[in-house]
Every structure is written in structure tokens, then in C-alpha cells.
Design a protein around this ligand. Sequence first.
Ligand SMILES: [Zn+2]
Length: 413
Amino acid sequence: MTLTLLKNARIVDGSQDRPSDPVDILIEGETIRDVGPGIRSAAETTIDLSGLTVLPGLIDCHVHVIATKLDLGANADLPNSLVALRAARIMRGMLLRGFTTVRDLGGADHGLVEALEEGSIEGPRLVICGKALSQTGGHTDYRGRHNRRTVEHYPDRLGALGRICDGVDEVRRACREEIMGGAQFIKLMANGGVSSPTDPIANLGFSREEVSAAVEEARNAQTYVSAHLYTDEAIRRALECGVISIEHGNLIRPDTAALAREKGAFVVPTNIVYDRLAKDGAALGLPSASVAKIEDVRSAGLEALSILHEAGVTMVYGTDLLGEMHEHQSEEFVIRGERLPAMNVIRSATSDAAKAIGLEGRVGTIAPGAFADIIAVNGNPLDDLALLTGQGRNMPLIMKGGISVKRVEQHFR
Ligand SMILES: [Zn+2]
């Protein structure tokens, strides 16, 4: 197997508040074999990373790779072929921003996973839930008030983020179908949302019985439930039912944050999406019913960062960007950095993220046995998180599974 040696890597992985002393990283095939000072090896390729900082490939725990338009109802009506080809472009963009693993929170199917694995398309490792589950009129029901079209077509539309199910039996069947289709966890829309037409933010999605049924189905399949949640009431109910991945969480209060910590749940704030929706949403075609909802969650989401940090809840990196907004994926780093230590923010996209999505030790770390997913950065992101933005502009090396996706030679000694 091919051996590659990275020399003089000063590692920043979120475990310390300064870069490590220089170490060498020996890569065999797609895996890191050894990390330490002065490694001697007859490697075919040697890259000297002196002067750069080196991070594990970044992890985004809340994306929608099939969200090619901001108007998700219109996205669901696009031809599957067009959605697949656009998703390929969206995923390549993510990889070139240094994200080597992403967790899709609704829409991506196992076909995309296979296309990535066989190399038909180039993108991050993709962890999927299949379709998100929503009740009638919930967060992925895009029909609106005057449309009584049935929703049976949603599961077959690649551009649909979710599918509709009502009642414990339908929820169980939907969970089982998604898991059969390759879902690695279950996503529930358990609260109202911004991008959907008939579900105010304060509404709860699904009954307790339905949420608990999904939790049981996920556990039966050795996995977990993630839920779309904003209000304190909805988050508390979800935690009580056994949901462990809290998406957004904008309106969480300190008592519920303490409960999340006690339950070992993690939260995936996605502030950048509200920031961009507030700036560009209307111009990019976000329906007016959605524009009116943005401020219900935007500023509270920033406050939630402090509440969660104070309560000691694990936060992982998420963005939730749609359509034309994907290019802002790395700006969540900067938003969080205004409230949280840079070290924690980096950890949210490395080891904490890996732990949350069940890939601890395989991604989000530079250690023997992990995939050789590695980026090199010009400058130190612990001093300036904005170095991670700009479409990978400050990343002369992006490596996924030991293969250089991007390699700009003049930056290496
Ligand atoms: Zn989402």
C-alpha cells in the first residue's frame, strides 16, 4: 500500500489552546498508521508542512446536500437526475472548504453514499438519515393551505427533505423503511420550522407516543434519533422521550440545557442559516411566510450558545444551509467564535462531532487508526477562526482518505 509522510505538522484539533509541537504523520493507504516526532519511513511521497497548522478534516453535523433551492417545496418537485447532479456539485464544494465528513439531516439517499464510495463523484464522507420524518402539516410538508395533493410521492423525490407519517404505526414503518434503505440514524421534525408554510415555530411536531416509537425503532437498529427543535418545551419533551441529537435548539433555557447535559444529549446549533436567511432570504426566493419567522429564532440562537456552554452541553458544528447559501458553510466558525473559545469551536467540528455521529477515532482526529482526513491551514485558526472561511482559500492541503483533493505545492517547504 502507498505510504505518505507528512513532516513537521503542528496539530490543532481542539484538544489544546495552542498548536502541538511539530510531529510527523505516516499514512498507509487511506489510514493514519503513526503519529510522532522524527518518523523514519521509505514513503513514496513526503510533504513538509513547516509553517502551517494541521487539522483533522472538518465535520459538519447538519447539512442538506440535496437542498439545491431555498424554496424546499420547489426543490421537492425537481427531477431526481437534476437534484443528484447538483448535490454532487454541492458536496464537492463542501470538500474544498475542508469538510471531509458531513451528516445529512434529511433528503440524501444511499445512492449518493455509494456514488461517493465508488468514486463516481467527489465529496465528503456522507452520513445519512434518508428522509426526515414529519407529521401532516409539519416541517417537511410543503403543500401549504390550499393543496390537498397526497404526499405518497415524497419518499421517491430525491429533492424532498422529508416524508409524511402520522400515528405510531406509520412512524414505525417509516423508521424501518429508512433504516432498510441505509439510514444511519433517524431524523424527526418535532417542532415548527422556518422553511415550511403551515407550522408556526411554537407548534410541537408528533405526539409523545410517536416520538417514543421512533426512539425505540432507532435503538432496535443500534442507532439514535435526531430531532429538529426550537422551543424549550419541544426540546424538553424530546429529551424526555430519548432523543439525543438536538438540532438548532435556539430557544433552549438553562434548566433544559442542564437536562440535556444530564441525558448525555448533544446540540447542533446552526446560526449561520438564520444569519444568511435574514440577509438574503427574501431576495433568494424564500416565501414570505418563512421570512416572517426568521427573527423568532435568529437572535435567540446566539444567546443559546452561551446557555449551552455554561451548562456544559456538547455542541457540534452544523450549518443547515440551503440552495445558493451553501458557500457560507464555514462562517458558522466565526459566529460561534464571538461567544465561545476558539478551541471549543474547533473541537465541535472535530473530535466532539465524531463522537456525536458515532465515528469516534475514525474521523475528527489525527491518530493511528483514523482515516487520513487532514487539512493544512496557512496561519493558526485558534487565533483567527476566519482562516477556515473563504472557500478553502487558506488551505493549501486537503486530504481525504490519504488522497490529496487539493495540494498547492508552493506552500510546502
Ligand atoms: Zn436542517
